[in-house]
Design a protein around this ligand. Structure first.
Ligand code: PEP
Ligand code: MG
Length: 325
């Protein structure tokens, strides 16, 4: 399938109206890295670090992690890699950690909540990342941030770890960028100061959608009940894009929906200029974006919403079909 899109691989995802959307890829294994070149992705917009923790039967050592992260950066040869710190709990349970008997794990002790309450693992991971970067730029993203204070506390851990590493004589990264995933509706309503302080935001649409609609992403019966292109969800996302535009906060979308061409088109139309997806989606998403005019798509979206439609999907699909003719 990638051969089909080979002719546009090295071209930008530039729309008919002249907007350029940066397309990045999601990864989680060393084996994913070769796709960086073959897909034409600009970088890794989401590196899920939990896989290295999930595939073992004991906690990985700091030196092992640092070696792996360094190899990831080597393989990216200068392209940006966004390392997401450990996102465990909920659907991702470490075999060597005592399972928490929680009635609602998705709403439970997970991701940054674990990282802040038991900072040992998070500090070890931050050290491994800092040592891996050694003189190169480092980008760290914290998952499941629900309020400003959690981001501040996590950011303070980064600063403390940097200071400690410097004292220990390690070469620090050239630059350190710290961002947050927006996966809970609460963060969209954080104070303006949060949007000013965070260096970038990435929408974790898989989680954000489940919490927006209160529909379990693991539950087949309700998972597909709510369309991502539902007008309420799109309005919500548009509001986030508007807030980010006001504060000049870099915004991306890294949930699975970013890899679905019609969804990606709608996200671009409401203001997203960066999307991260599985490598095989880059060609199809780019191909569609290059055929469309985002001003027209935004108008189609707003008109469908004003007509009281539940989802903008059929209106946008009609528009997309017309671009093929
Ligand atoms: C998400 O929630 O959209 C996301 C990218 O993170 P994960 O799927 O790993 O929870
Ligand atoms: Mg998530």
């Amino acid at each position: 399938a990638q051969e089909r899109y080979a002719s546009i691989r090295d071209l930008p995802a530039q729309t008919k109206c002249g907007s350029v959307v940066a397309l990045h890829m999601n990864a989680g294994l060393m084996a994913d890295l070769p796709s960086l070149d073959s897909s034409g992705a600009e970088g890794v917009g989401l590196f899920r670090t939990e896989l290295q923790f999930l595939v073992r039967n004991q906690m990985p050592k700091r030196s092992e992690l640092s070696a792996l992260y360094a190899r990831v950066l080597d393989a990216a040869h200068g392209k940006r890699v966004v390392f997401r710190t450990l996102d465990i709990g909920s659907d991702k349970v470490l075999p060597y950690m005592k399972p928490n008997d929680e009635p609602n794990p998705a709403l439970g002790w997970r991701a940054i909540r674990v990282g802040l309450d038991k900072p040992g693992i998070m500090r070890m991971q931050l050290q491994a990342l800092i040592r891996a970067a050694a003189g190169r730029p480092l980008t760290v993203m914290f998952p499941f941030v629900a309020q400003f204070e959690e981001f501040r506390a996590a950011r303070a851990e980064v600063d403390k770890t940097l200071a400690r590493e410097e004292r220990l004589g390690h070469v620090l990264p050239e630059t350190v960028e710290v961002g947050a995933m927006l996966e809970t509706p609460s963060l969209a309503f954080a104070p303006q100061k949060f949007f000013e302080e965070v260096e970038f935001l990435s929408i974790g649409g898989n989680d954000l959608k489940q919490f927006f609609f209160a529909a379990d992403r693991e539950n087949e019966r309700v998972r597909r009940r709510y369309d991502t292109l539902n007008v309420s969800f799109l309005s919500f996302l548009e509001g986030i894009a508007d807030r980010c535009a006001e504060t000049n906060t870099a915004l991306s979308f890294c949930g699975e929906d970013a890899g679905r061409p019609v969804e990606a088109l709608c996200f671009a139309a409401i203001g997203f200029r960066s999307l991260s997806m599985r490598p095989a989606s880059i060609g199809p998403v780019k191909s569609l974006l290059r055929r469309c005019n985002l001003d027209e798509v935004r108008q189609v979206i707003h008109e469908a919403r004003d007509r009281g439609e539940m989802s903008v999907r059929s209106a946008v699909m009609d528009y997309v079909r017309a671009q093929h003719q």
